[in-house]
Design a protein around this ligand. Sequence first.
Ligand code: ATP
Length: 651
Amino acid sequence: MENKPPLVVKATSRLPVSSSLRNKRVLNEDNLPAIDMKRHCESSIEEEIIQRRIPSSIATTRPKALAIASVTRSQASGRKSMSSTRSGFRAPSASTRVVNKKPTPSISVPRTAGSAAAVATVPGKKRAAWDLKGQVSDMRDKVTGYKDKVHLLSSDNTQLRRSMEEMQRQLDTLKVEKKELSCRLCMVETDMKTTQEKLQQSLHQATEMTSLSTRQGQQITDQLQKIQALQEDKQSLSRLLDSTELKLKLAEQESSHLGDETKAQQIQIGDLQQEIQGKEEKLHTQEMERRHLHNIIQELKGNIRVFCRVRPLLKSEDQKNLNHIHFPPQDKKSLVLSKTEESHIGREKEDMKYDFSFDHVFPPSSSQAEVFEEISLLVQSALDGYHVCIFAYGQTGSGKTYTMEGPDDMTDETIGMIPRAVQQIFQHAAELKSKGWTYKFTANFLEIYNETLQDLLVRRSEKNVDYEIKRVSATNEELHVTNLQYVPVASQEEVCKLLHCAKMNRSVAKTTLNDRSSRSHSIFQLRIEGRNETRDLKTNAVLSLVDLAGSERLDKSLSKGDRLKETQAINSSLSNLGLVITCLSNKDTHIPYRNSKLTYLLQNSLRGNSKMLMFVNISPLGENFSESLNSLRFASKVNECVVGTAQVNRK
Ligand SMILES: Nc1ncnc2c1ncn2[C@@H]1O[C@H](COP(=O)(O)OP(=O)(O)OP(=O)(O)O)[C@@H](O)[C@H]1O
């Protein structure tokens, strides 16, 4: 862009002009010659320019003297300044241009005719009034200057317009560029925002990733520690494995060695098994033979056997009373009762002797073990499948309970036949297991008191039930008692508990003969069911161990009332027992089992196909002589009976 040329004020001619002429010129421009008109036109243009460029307010503020001086200096410099302007014109800077757009306050030019008046007032430089030529010449110079100036200004103006247009174009271009740049700026800002958001997200993600990374780092550390521990474990395990493999190899070697040995032993075992089988067969044959022989012996002895046992004197009893019982030496089967009695004539005294012979006679010194030894074979028969019945008969206080159960303060030596029989049965049953026999045992314990049955395994308060003896079925002769407790037992201890329970519940009545006299028949029964699976054999037998009630006579017991009734019932059942045995011996068609509960209950054990043993217990006291005699006589009758041949209950 080109610089705007500085404003130059044209001074009027220095020639003196008369006021009239000046007025004329001012007032009537139409009268001026053509040249003046031209000057006037130029002057008007100049003023126009000045008016446009210089605000009137500034012009009015300048002092006249300064204005004149300025004009004078301009006039003096005249063409020089113009030419310098023309030649030395420099393009001003942008800022200069902006400043120059405003009117320059340094020039003060009066409007219209003011300028001429100012020139006329300059002292000493006015041409003489007469010097018209000079004045014209000055005027011409002045006009020429103005023309140059006009020309110069118009060219400046043209340049400025061009510059302006150029500037406008540039401005437009810049605006377009600005718009584009704004658009780009907007896009960049949008991009920047998006990028910032992404950056925020990335930062957030980075934070999360960092924490995740930290956690994972911790996990990795933990895992590494675990791996290290596992590696250590692995190492120790591999060492263990190595040693185990070594051991395994050794064991395998040993195993193969043992395998050979095992094969040889298996062959040997096979041979031995065959041998065992042969021996088992032989053993079984022998066992069966033993049972057969045993039975023959029992038969030879008789199916009803009687053992007599005389109890010792008690500490409280008089020792003199032992003279009436004699035990023939070297004879374990005889017993003699002797008594000095008056003869039938009544003048002489006779020694009366009563000899008795039984299967065995046990003197007072006999121990429980010695007694049991004699009945153990009979007990064994129960395991072999024979019904076995063992009675204890005798007067009250003769030692029946002692023999069958033992004393109240029992010891291993003093335990009675029932616990010993149970002990033997369980022992033999265990031994027979190796021969293929298995056994099932069921126990019951009852008493017959005044011809009524009572369960000794149930407490008295629970005894309000009826017990009836019934056959199992019409085809089966086996008997059972309704409501009676049949307790499965598997050991001697279990049976002993039942015996103790029964002892507690047993009906005990005081009599004049014995403080603890039992007034009832007590019957312990053990049902023994044997089974041999391999040989398909079954046995079923009942071992009955009976402690009969006291057999004393009525007059001696001095029984009255209830006691009398008890005694009568007892004696009735005992005499009926004797009757049944006699009938069996006589092979009567009718056997009066039903006459008493005792014989009815024990009928299967009294028949010819079972084995029976009776203990006749005798008191050593002389005062009990007649009772002892009665008991021995009863026992002798029983002993004389040959009931029949026992048969095994085998299926
Ligand atoms: N062999 C014996 N050795 C030691 N004492 C015995 C023997 N036999 C019996 N006695 C004792 O004699 C007393 C009477 O015996 P036990 O009670 O057994 O007679 P019992 O015949 O059962 O009488 P009851 O018919 O009244 O029951 C008891 O004190 C008992 O301990």
